[in-house]
Design a protein around this ligand. Structure first.
Ligand SMILES: N[C@@H](CCC(=O)N[C@@H](CS)C(=O)NCC(=O)O)C(=O)O
Length: 209
């Protein structure tokens, strides 16, 4: 069974959602990042960047165990393993890569900075950091909103892809980074569509901490 090393965060939720959607059996191994467990040698052996999530698949390529860190790499690995949520047709496949990389490079790091600055003591440094990253986060929501116009899913037509799972993990925290779906109605409709999927709901409900 796949071991999922994780915590209850947006990047962690991407993988529990994907595992549930793919119907893969897994066991959660909580890594309490509030207690610095991500720096313990056993975890660093799986995830040298001391970040969750990571997985250990006892039945990797050639039937041998493999560990994977970085949520985008994990999503690609699981999609390749199962043949699900990553189309084979080249154009559709490239669209999934694009939106997965868009999430990994921006729609995660930017709202993550908003969360960081909101926890700082009040003052000019907090105000500057919040204004900068909140504006960039809202710009990204605007990009997503325009992309979703006339589409059910971010990169694919018939069913969601791993790009939807990746983006959903962060959209799940929209209130925390102070973004209202009233301003981004296409994102709000997509979010409701994704959250109506029983497997996705299970991915958000499973205890990760
Ligand atoms: N690019 C990484 C980011 C992972 C990441 O930032 N994880 C956070 C929780 S969401 C973490 O483990 N933080 C612990 C730390 O900063 O030491 C991925 O997508 O997997």
């Amino acid at each position: 069974m796949i071991e999922l090393y994780t915590w209850n965060t947006p990047n962690g939720r991407k993988i529990s959602v994907a595992l549930e959607e793919m119907g893969l059996p897994y066991v959660v191994k909580p890594v309490d990042i509030t207690k610095k467990q991500q720096f313990e040698p056993a975890f660093l052996a799986l995830s040298p960047n001391n970040r969750i999530p990571a997985i250990l698949d006892p039945e990797g390529p050639d039937g041998q165990p493999i560990s994977v860190f970085e949520s985008g790499a994990i999503l690609l690995y699981l999609a390749e393993k199962t043949g699900r949520f990553l189309p084979r047709a080249p154009r559709a496949r490239v669209a999934v890569w694009e939106w997965l990389m868009w999430q990994m490079g921006g729609f995660g790091p930017m709202p993550g900075q908003v969360h960081h600055f909101l926890l700082q003591p009040e003052g000019p440094a907090r105000d500057y950091g919040f204004a900068r990253y909140h504006a960039e986060t809202k710009r990204l929501y605007g990009v997503l909103d325009r992309r979703l116009k006339g589409r059910d899913f971010v990169a694919t037509d018939e069913e969601p892809s791993i790009a939807d799972f990746a983006i959903l993990g962060w959209a799940w925290r929209h209130e925390r980074h102070q973004v209202s779906f009233a301003e981004f109605p296409e994102v709000g409709a997509w979010y409701a569509r994704m959250m109506a999927r029983p497997a996705t709901v299970r991915g958000f409900e499973v205890a990760l901490s």
